[in-house]
Write a protein that binds this ligand. Sequence first.
Ligand SMILES: [Zn+2]
Length: 427
Amino acid sequence: MTLFRATVLDTPDDPFRGGTLRASADCGLLVQDGAIVARDAYDTLRKAHPDEEVVALDDGILLPGFVDTHVHFPQVRVIGGLGMPLLDWLEQCALPEEAKFEDPSYAASVATEFVHGLLQAGTTTALVFGAHFAPAVDELFAAASGAGLRITSGLVVSDRMIREELLTSPQRAYDEGLALARRWHGVGRNRYAVTPRFSLSCSNELLASCADVLREVSGAAFTSHINENVREIATVAKLFDLSHYLETYDQHDLIGPRSVVAHNVHPTDHELKLLATRGAAVAHCPTSNAALGSGLFPLTRHVAYGVRVALGSDVGAGTGFSLLKEGLQAYFAQQLLGDQGYTLTPAHLLYLATTSGALALGMPEVGHLGVGQRFDAQWVRPAPGSSLDVTLRNARDHDDALAKVFALGTPADVASVWIDGVAASGG
Ligand SMILES: [Zn+2]
């Protein structure tokens, strides 16, 4: 067993339903076989376990590993393509890069960069948009397995309206999706996600084939995009002759408790109600929404309807892997909405970046650092003399300290990352 000694901040209880930040100074976490078996004052645990190895994390703060609920594997190298709305950005920036993933060796090098990017940012679990090419998705799962990350991902499918190299057919999507799921779903920490790119690029026949894969792979997740950009939404409405984007998925039974739809910046009330009824979650990606000018996320309406929300980096439209930056940008967006905004506390931000994401992915065993949980954690320890270091040392209380971490923290401040109690490389 290993005894970790640190200041621990986490959010086991939903702050949107009255929960508050759980903060324990000089806390002991006893970890056995990757699980937290005891949590108490360090001195108390040390007395009870005088011979166990101690990992002393004296400075800084220990947080749960982040859960990124929306991030694109093949877009690492196009982060920072600013100045375009969604459909232009896809055509000029993202899709030409994604076409390169036909070459498995190209995919393999990016997979290494991708996994490294997640770990460096303190992310230990992610729902990942894979590639349009099955061998590239194999490379992603292989790299994630090597690093020990908890990855849910799958083959991205489209059969219209985007560049030809990326198109598939309903039958091929079914065959390749099922084969990938058989190779990776439930193997190690990997899980499979059925992933149509978005309704704009998917015919009804293709979405029906996605539903077939989802039915055949027990415990698989579903993910896609929704209501991101007004031009996209208008085109989808015309293509499907439906006035609610969500129905393009829901009519194929793709929306349920294991579904995570990204963005939802412009939902109708009907859609919010339906998302809540289905128990589906929304991945909120605030830097992407700002960078592409997609809009300000209506969090208050999501909360009012009881729709679950978690954070996603949406790399590469999002501007980096750090969920600290996403949390801060989520806060900014709500402030800019004025009376319609939801005032987010530091505890809300941490919950959105950890526990909420874990629940959205159906992985309640991660997301916070209570007894019985897996020890997926990150040690935020800023360089001495940095602004984060200075403000942390002068923080009023634990909530204030956490606000400092979101305001000033970057991947450079993540000193170590553990998954299942084992230190990950790249952290
Ligand atoms: Zn996306």
